[in-house]
Design a protein around this ligand. Structure first.
Ligand SMILES: Cc1cc2nc3c(=O)[nH]c(=O)nc-3n(C[C@H](O)[C@H](O)[C@H](O)COP(=O)(O)O)c2cc1C
Length: 239
């Protein structure tokens, strides 16, 4: 027995000696998860279970978001985490209203009827589901960002410094087995929402990410081939 133990300890020492040092940090307190699996299977997960989420997990996911780059490392983001049922219910109602008033127009309804089996229709049905159920996600994260104050851009939100963080958030959530979707429809009721969440006017409430355990399955999203969206050396030249 002692010999087996010695052997396995020896093997462990060998493994540690040859591991890269960053691997020994246990992924900074996150589950070990393959980077490319996360990148290739993080899609808009709009069907979410209502099961509550541990606050620690949500905070770790936000920590991963804050590792993102930002212009001059300003880190101009604030993430407002909402799990109170009353606030989620309010968001759910307003989001559905915004969807119907501003997005789900007659042409889209017609498209669904005439092209029900297309990928676009599938995506639309998923977005309809979200519009009807977003308030049931256990956690809604509002990614807010500072507005510029210099003369030429005064009032504009620093969105370029927010999206990398939000994508990090989605990938980290994936590693924890949680689904996300990037949404923007809350902009239609932003003033009312910001009053409720007490977001000050120096910040824009830019992105809403519902977070929860997925009802559906992870899978590779449909994307154009890299070759189709790449030019070599000059615009228009493909390999
Ligand atoms: C800037 C931005 C705004 C979006 N707004 C919404 C939205 O309001 N509602 C929604 O259901 N999905 C929204 N999405 C999600 C996209 O529809 C989704 O990423 C896209 O269709 C690809 O989906 P897939 O990853 O499942 O293939 C948004 C995505 C981005 C990047």
């Amino acid at each position: 027995m002692a010999a087996v133990e010695r052997l396995s300890r020896g093997l462990l020492t060998l493994r540690l000696a040859f591991s890269k040092p960053d691997k020994l940090l246990l992924m900074y307190g996150h589950p070990d998860f393959d980077l490319f699996e996360a990148i290739y299977t993080t899609r808009a997960m709009r069907r979410l279970k209502p099961d509550p989420l541990p606050r620690d997990t949500v905070m770790k996911i936000i920590e991963a978001a804050t590792m993102a780059p930002s212009n001059s490392n300003r880190q101009p983001w604030i993430f407002v985490v909402v799990s109170a049922a009353e606030t989620r219910h309010f968001v759910g109602q307003r989001y559905k209203q915004a969807w119907e008033e501003h997005y789900f127009a007659a042409n889209k309804r017609r498209f669904l009827e005439t092209h029900p089996d297309t990928p676009e229709a599938k995506n639309l049905r998923s977005a309809i589901y979200l519009a009807n159920h977003i308030g049931e996600a256990p956690v809604l994260i509002f990614a807010c960002v500072k507005r510029y104050r210099d003369e030429s851009r005064a009032g504009q939100p620093m969105v370029g410094s927010l999206y990398p963080a939000v994508q990090n958030l989605c990938l980290a959530a994936r590693a924890h087995g949680l689904g996300t979707a990037i949404t923007g429809l809350h902009k239609h009721f932003e003033d009312e929402l910001n009053r409720r969440l007490k977001v000050p006017p120096e910040y824009a409430n830019e992105i809403l990410v519902p977070l929860g355990y997925p009802m559906g399955h992870w899978g590779r999203p449909a994307r154009k081939p890299a070759r189709e969206v790449t030019f070599i050396e000059q615009w228009g030249i493909r390999e």
